[in-house]
Write a protein that binds this ligand. Structure first.
Ligand code: FMN
Length: 443
């Protein structure tokens, strides 16, 4: 069986802070003086690099959410989005503490001018010696549009992707403006860079204007690795066009079939747009539940998590922010009406179509759904099952995430599960290359 890739997904927030304060085994990690120093993420990055992960992806939202019940209370109480660090400087910090791990920061095409983003990512790619990645999001929250001064509302859903297409095209031209051999560093003639190999241009698009070149030479990877996570039809088309790796949030009566269908769809779209399907790795988010015995793991999975009022508030505050809709207006135990959203369309459509109640949506969001990929057992049995599932889906790999995240969970993955996967030849034991994209494309 061919190998598959592993990635890890989290954010720069008080780790271990759950829906009812710190959870057991969170140690001191949710304390502000600890998490705000970045030390937890440094230890996470080093642990997953030791385990051979392809990348760490840091998600991001840039404003305190106040759509739910019209107040910031829930967000700030639970540290949902109101206690964050900006992921871009964080990955730069992590680059100094690691040497092979891919480091992905989320940045929204709606909030950066293309030139600024291209400069920042080229810099991080240089500093990390070719390990920078960009999770391309378009951002959906109207409050963020107001915070960044771009208007009262975000542009409509599909238009945001049209803008993002143009954004990526400009950024790519900026990165490509420096030919690989433009820096000559010729001591005899005293010439640092050959101006004939650095292209000047004016870009006049429908949404953006920019003038190249960047004043930063071509970075080790040429451009960062592109990561993307949209699941709506427009989001998939965007991802299939640009992404080196796609994070696919899928759900269905048969979760393996749903995952396979998603991957097949991306591969079909790539074939249609003329790109090689094998050059885009589609990873599926999973949250393995691991224990010494199957019975213990089943018991942990069965009691996780408690859907109390805090859990409901927390989940609905996030959902409200993502979709610019106050979900406190709906009855928790009635099927959710059809809702038009300009926010996270794919996820909401998947739930409301099935006549789910809001409570069921919350339970699913908290990881209790049987409709997403589940792995519960000992490190050995979960490794076996992951191998089977990867084979049925067709390949590529998984993205591990956990909320709230603790050092104990990281150790279960890196020192319990991964060695079992390695013994079976399912994941790498050492990095093949120095750069992120080369590792991603090595199998
Ligand atoms: C695993 C995962 C991580 C995501 N991370 C972010 C993020 O950090 N910031 C953000 O604004 N959106 C994030 N999103 C949202 C996606 O970028 C996208 O907006 C969302 O999935 C809806 O896309 P769609 O309308 O095309 O379905 C994430 C989605 C998933 C599934």
């Amino acid at each position: 069986m061919p190998k598959f890739h592993l990635a890890f997904f989290t954010n720069a927030r008080p780790h271990g802070w759950g829906v009812n304060g710190p959870i057991p085994w969170s140690g001191h990690d949710s304390r502000p003086e600890v998490w705000e120093s970045g030390s937890f993420l440094v230890d996470l990055a080093r642990a997953i690099e030791r385990a051979g992960f392809d990348y760490l992806m840091l998600e991001d939202h840039s404003v305190v959410a106040d759509r739910y019940k019209g107040t910031t209370e829930v967000d700030l109480k639970h540290a949902i989005r109101g206690a964050r660090l900006d992921p871009l400087p964080v990955i730069t910090h992590l680059a100094a503490h690691t040497s092979r791990l891919g480091l992905v920061s989320t940045l929204s095409t709606s909030f950066y001018p293309p030139f600024l983003l291209a400069r920042l990512m080229a810099t991080v790619d240089h500093l990390s010696r070719g390990r920078a990645g960009w999770n391309i999001v378009t951002g959906g929250e109207d409050e963020a549009a107001q915070a960044f001064g771009i208007g009262e509302k975000m542009p409509p859903h599909d238009e945001r992707y049209d803008r993002a297409d143009e954004f990526v095209d400009i950024a790519t031209q900026l990165w490509d403006a420096w030919q690989p051999d433009a820096v000559v560093h010729d001591e005899e003639t005293g010439t640092y860079a050959d101006h004939t190999k650095v292209r000047s241009f004016d870009y006049h698009g429908q949404y953006y204007r920019s003038r190249g070149p960047l004043n930063i030479s071509r970075s080790p990877q040429g451009r960062p690795v592109f990561c993307q996570a949209g699941s709506s039809p427009r989001g998939r088309a965007f991802g299939a066009r640009h992404a080196d790796t796609i994070i696919a949030a899928t759900a269905g009566e048969d979760p393996v079939a749903a995952a396979k269908a998603f991957r097949d769809d991306i591969r079909r779209l790539r074939t249609e747009n003329g790109s090689n399907p094998d050059d885009c790795k589609v990873l599926f988010p999973i949250l393995p539940v691991l224990a010494d015995t199957q019975e213990e793991a089943d018991a942990i999975a069965a009691r996780l998590p408690k859907v109390d009022q805090n859990a409901i508030d927390r989940a609905l505050a996030g959902l409200s922010a993502d979709n610019n809709i106050d979900f406190s207006q709906f009855d928790l135990d009635k099927p959710l009406p059809e809702i038009e959203t300009e926010g996270h369309r794919g996820t909401l459509a998947a739930f409301s179509k099935q006549g789910k109640t809001l409570r069921e949506m919350v339970e699913a969001r908290l990881g209790r759904s049987t409709r997403t990929l589940q792995f519960v057992g000992t490190p050995a049995s979960v490794a076996d099952r992951m191998g089977e599932v990867a084979d049925q889906i067709g390949g590529d790999g998984f993205l591990i995430h956990a909320f709230p995240l603790t050092r104990r969970y990281i150790a279960e993955i890196t020192d319990g599960l991964v060695p079992e996967l390695q013994k079976r030849g399912l994941v790498r034991t050492t990095y093949e290359h120095e750069r992120f994209r080369d590792n991603l494309l090595s199998f």
